[in-house]
Ligand binder design. Structure first.
Ligand SMILES: [Zn+2]
Ligand SMILES: [Zn+2]
Ligand SMILES: [Zn+2]
Ligand SMILES: [Zn+2]
Length: 229
């Protein structure tokens, strides 16, 4: 999808908006985030390594997440998180590989813990669906010793806003995507609500709603693109 400017996203703690690159700097200074850290430190949970992960789609830079993963959490937990927030359409196979180029190395065992993985390699690639493959890059950009912010293995720190894209007919904000335009006409296929209603194409079904997920338009993806917890 063609875009004009870098997509911003919201800090999960104070809701202020930054670019993917600006978010890490913001989080270390964010008083709401630091308040959440102080609260967690006062709890009875056990301290462990907490990895700051920046996750992005390998091809569409507009889709990104900042996550904090417990050192004791398994790759399987991260896989499930990515499926819930971005990827799951019909239960395809998935795997992690070390590094950021696919097929260089054998896959990593899903039972490996973050503490086993990230001291060895800062970057992982996640592949979902070996037909219409989604490629997701995971980079460990930092680690702190502390108590987890939530009772689940992975905490959402920030995510991109739904990218702003325009209807190919009128330029208004697009909310739908026509797959026939994409596959048969080699066009953007982006449509506003009004033009989606009157759009003549139907060979690939009705125009699909745009979800905040890089899998929109792939293999009948139907959202909801929400975090699992
Ligand atoms: Zn913040
Ligand atoms: Zn599928
Ligand atoms: Zn329109
Ligand atoms: Zn169309």
């Amino acid at each position: 999808m063609a875009r004009r400017k870098q997509t911003r996203g919201a800090c999960a703690f104070c809701k202020k908006e930054y670019t993917k690159g600006g978010m890490k700097k913001h989080l270390s200074a964010c008083s709401s985030f630091n308040e959440a850290v102080r609260k967690a430190e006062a709890s009875k949970k056990k301290a462990q390594n907490l990895y700051h992960l920046v996750v992005r789609d390998a091809f569409m830079a507009d889709f990104w997440l900042h996550l904090e993963m417990n050192g004791s959490a398994m790759l399987e937990d991260l896989d499930q998180y990515l499926r819930a927030i971005w990827l799951e359409c019909c239960g395809h196979l998935s795997e992690f590989q070390p590094g950021k180029r696919r097929y260089q190395k054998p896959e990593l065992d899903m039972s490996l813990k973050a503490d086993d993985v990230f001291p060895q390699t800062k970057e992982l690639i996640h592949l979902y669906d070996f037909g219409t493959t989604s490629e997701t890059l995971v980079e460990a950009v930092g680690v702190r010793k502390g108590k987890p912010l939530i009772s689940h293995p992975i905490a959402l720190l920030a995510r991109n806003n739904l990218p702003e894209v325009s209807c190919k007919e009128c330029g208004k904000p697009a909310r739908f995507l026509c797959m026939e335009c994409v596959y048969e006409e080699d066009e953007s296929g982006l449509l506003c609500e009004a033009h989606a209603k009157t759009h003549p194409h139907g060979d690939y079904g009705e125009p699909t709603p745009l979800y905040n997920s890089p899998r929109t338009g792939m293999c009948g993806y139907e959202g909801p693109a929400e975090p699992p917890y």
